[in-house]
Write a protein that binds this ligand. Structure first.
Ligand SMILES: O=P(O)(O)OC[C@H]1O[C@](O)(CO)[C@@H](O)[C@@H]1O
Length: 532
């Protein structure tokens, strides 16, 4: 058993504590803050001893791995790549070397070009065939969609540029629904793809060209965000409208650079810079804060406590912030594509479970849907609540007060629960007598002692969003390092892609007899219904 799994085994001895009892210990100050963000993990059953054990396991591996990442060493060693999304938001004076060359001048130059282009589009100096650009169509998928889509919705109160629409799914419904009502002559199309080979994106990009067929000089309204200059050129987009990045930026970590262009068009370069500054502040904190007060490290340890130590299979992300509606989906890719792996860096099977299932929805909507299971189901779900002190609608502040009350009520209810005695008293007050009183009361018992954490911030601004997203990125990194896995490759998406390519001709009618019985039968029926 390696050091990490020994620490997990040791921490297991600490499970089963009562959260409310732990909470009554004033010495257990389980909060950590950085910049505008405070993370409270007091409503978990993690003990001081368990935290000490997990911190020691983190001390053994995190500082060296963290230095290797920030210094540009090729830590993504199944692809031979450095991992430097942090360089995209490094300050103007930073110097970061890859293969002996400082990459920062190139990053700043691209950011400046993006800013100049965004200013031109937003001011109307750059026009489409029909005049000022009114709409932007961002065509991309996975990391080339989720980051900018999540952030554009999150920062909607700051959006004063063209409207931005995100097309990701190869399902034609996505393209059709997002372009309905748009004027092709005043729409800017951004083709966002690190590789410029992703079938969904390239299919949608070709469809966009067809959709714009009547626009004179339509190619002038296309922009590319990619690492693949040659493929971009072959598609017909010239270098002046390509914003490039390098392979040391992973797709799901790429919203800070060119892939964030659609967001920059919506909110403007200054606010985009503010988001970068927020992320940079979290980077600095992650690099320098002692691990016991290091917010990403603490989030990671709480995650490990719940998943590896306590054995809870999933983690719910529950922003009480409607504009963070896409955050759970964004975090699903960030966490599950990064740490959903079975094999460790040394090529061996992991000694235990790796990344959990991550899911969620904004509150309060989730309360009226799946919270039933969270409160009374058989498997505890660690909940990560998040909420701002203020919304962006001063006239509707009474809504926000209700939102805060609901958020805090949920974590309190999960922790306190309701005993059988309390439930019986309620039913007695309603006039029930045994045995019906007992039967009815049992349905109204909440087991309680269910863990949650709460992240709070003053208001969802570009700076705060930058801090929150960088916080989660580093949390995923720390979890990956402790689990001994490479968080930066994604071989698990390949097989399905290969098989889809092979199945294409079969959908069109080619002989399917080499396929298994189920696939053959499904294909034949679908082909029959299609009638082609
Ligand atoms: O930006 P690209 O190269 O089109 O890739 C899109 C997405 O596809 C994936 O490779 C998974 O299939 C993601 O990692 C990536 O974010």
């Amino acid at each position: 058993m390696n050091t990490f799994w020994k620490a997990v085994a040791q921490a297991k001895q600490e499970t089963g504590a009562d959260i409310q009892t732990l909470l009554s210990d004033p010495a257990r100050d389980f909060t950590v803050s950085q910049g505008d963000v405070i993370f409270d993990y007091r409503k978990t059953a993690m003990t001081q001893a368990a935290r000490t054990t997990l911190l020691a396991a983190a001390e053994a591996v995190v500082p060296a791995a963290r230095a290797a990442m920030f210094n540009g060493q090729p830590i993504n060693d199944t692809e031979g790549r450095a991992v430097l999304h942090t360089a995209l938001r490094a300050g103007p004076d930073a110097e970061i070397h890859v293969d002996g060359a400082d990459i920062m001048p190139g990053i700043r130059a691209t950011l400046d070009r993006m800013g100049a282009f965004a200013d031109q589009v937003r001011s109307g100096a750059f026009t489409g065939a029909g005049g000022k650009i009114t709409d932007v169509l961002n065509i991309g998928i996975g990391g080339s969609d989720l980051g900018p889509a999540m952030a554009t919705l999150a920062l909607a109160p700051f959006a004063d540029g063209p409207r931005v629409h995100f097309v990701s799914n190869v399902d034609g419904a996505d393209f059709a629904d997002k372009t309905r009502g748009l004027n092709p002559a005043t729409t800017l199309v951004i083709v966002a793809s690190k590789t410029f080979t992703t079938i969904e994106t390239m299919t949608n990009a070709a469809t966009a060209k067809a959709w714009m067929a009547d626009v004179p000089n339509l190619d002038a309204q296309f922009v590319a965000l990619s690492t693949a200059d040659d493929k971009v050129a072959a598609f017909g987009i010239p270098p002046e409208r390509m914003f490039g990045f390098e392979d040391w930026v992973g797709g799901r970590y790429s919203m800070w650079g060119p892939i964030g262009l659609s967001l920059m068009l919506a909110i403007g370069p200054e606010r985009f810079e503010a988001m970068l500054a927020g992320a940079r502040a979290m980077d600095d904190h992650f690099r320098t804060a002692p691990l016991a007060q290091n917010m990403p490290v603490i989030l990671a340890l709480v995650g490990i406590w719940h998943h590896q130590v306590c054995g809870f299979p999933t983690r719910a992300v529950l922003p009480y912030d409607n504009r963070l509606a896409r955050l759970p989906a964004y975090l699903q890719q960030l966490e599950m594509e990064s740490n959903g792996k079975r094999v460790t860096m040394d090529g061996q099977n992991s000694e235990g479970v790796t990344g959990p299932v991550v899911w969620g929805e904004p509150g309060t909507n989730g309360q009226h849907a799946f919270y039933q299971l969270i409160h009374q189901g058989t498997t505890p779900v660690p909940c990560e609540f998040m909420i701002a002190a203020r919304g962006h609608e001063p006239d509707l502040d009474h809504h926000h007060r209700l939102l805060i009350a609901n958020c805090l009520a949920q974590s309190e209810a999960l922790m306190r629960g309701r005993s059988l005695e309390e439930a019986r008293a309620i039913m007695a007050a309603k006039g029930f007598e045994d045995p019906e009183q007992d039967r009815q009361a049992r349905h109204r018992v909440f087991p309680g002692n269910r863990p949650s954490t709460t992240l709070i911030y003053p208001q969802l601004t570009p700076e705060v969003l930058g801090q929150i997203v960088a916080l989660y990125e580093h949390r995923v990194f720390v979890e990956g390092v402790m689990l001994g896995i490479n968080s930066f490759d994604q071989w698990g998406v390949e097989l399905g892609k290969e098989l889809a390519t092979a199945l294409g001709p079969l959908v069109d009618g080619a002989d399917a007899s080499t396929k298994d019985a189920s696939t053959q039968a499904l294909l034949l029926q679908l082909r029959a219904w299609r009638g082609d």
